[in-house]
Design a protein around this ligand. Structure first.
Ligand SMILES: [Zn+2]
Length: 275
């Protein structure tokens, strides 16, 4: 994802709308009106339907999960990094993870994988790969075929360059429509969102503030989203703060796992990550 202010505003607006809906529901009588007006004001894009018209269709696995976090008592968290690889910050992030000997999950942009394949060679052994589309596209605005091409092209490039098969799709900005879920289903993916965004843009020159925020906010099962590309100078603050952030989380008893390992920990209470 890319935590642009505009999208943040959009999410806050949506949350406000949901809150208003919830309040109306409590009021009872007003509920119908609130729902009707919400429907009327929604412009549902053509990409939205979750099932194609007039055809029998089901995802490869019969279902697609959308994951924000995992319920677990174990002190496990998954660090994830979006938008790379790019030369400016990706190597710094890899260095920090290698020094700490911990795994992470990289949601890779296919086009950048093609352009900067060398940044990944020999550096992804302990990490999981995820798909972040071919060109960081808003999937919720695309037709099924265009969305499929974007994700499949990225999938093939990630496999070719890393030798690893992604099983998780993270739609850019977390924006997804019904067609996004269909694409995920066709490719046997689940959709991985996040529960804690590393807000480097709110702490562009304050690494300690950023470290405190993440260390204070993480809970068992958190999927933590950072960025190893784009977004301006605050990304450098994040990359440089990463070693201390990892230390602080460790001091609080957290272990680091990939998103798939975190999901396995949910399925089996005794499963542990390899970190
Ligand atoms: Zn992104």
């Amino acid at each position: 994802m890319d935590d642009t202010g505009a999208d943040g505003k959009g999410r806050r607006a949506l949350l406000r709308a949901l809150t208003v809906g919830g309040a109306s529901a409590v009021a009872g009588v007003a509920m119908g009106a609130a729902i009707d007006s919400a429907d009327a004001s929604e412009r549902i894009p053509a990409s939205a339907p979750g099932t194609p018209r007039g055809a029998h269709w089901r995802p490869a696995a019969g279902h697609v999960d959308v994951i924000w976090a995992v319920n677990t008592q174990q002190k496990l968290v998954a660090l994830t990094f979006d938008d790379g690889p790019l030369p400016n910050y990706t190597p710094l992030v890899h260095d920090a993870l290698d020094d700490a000997k911990i795994p992470a999950t990289f949601f890779l942009v296919g086009k950048r994988v093609e352009q900067h394949a060398g940044l990944l060679h020999g550096r992804m052994d302990r990490h999981e790969v995820g798909n972040h589309t071919w060109a960081h596209t808003n999937l919720s605005n695309l037709s099924l075929n265009t969305a499929y091409r974007s994700v499949k092209r990225a999938h093939d490039m990630i496999v070719r360059v890393t030798g690893k098969e992604p099983r998780l799709l993270r739609p850019p900005w977390g924006q997804l429509g019904g067609t996004t879920l269909q694409v995920a289903g066709r490719l046997g993916y689940d959709v991985a969102l996040w529960s804690l965004l590393i807000t480097d843009r709110s702490h562009p020159h304050d690494p300690n503030g950023l470290i405190d925020f993440v260390a204070d906010s993480a809970v068992p099962g958190s999927i933590i989203l950072g960025h190893d590309a784009g977004g301006g100078p605050s990304r450098l603050t994040l990359a440089r703060a990463l070693p201390e952030m990892i230390k602080r989380l460790r001091k609080k008893g957290f272990e680091f796992v990939t998103v798939s390992q975190l999901l396995a920990a949910q399925a089996s209470p005794t499963a542990r990550g390899t970190a």
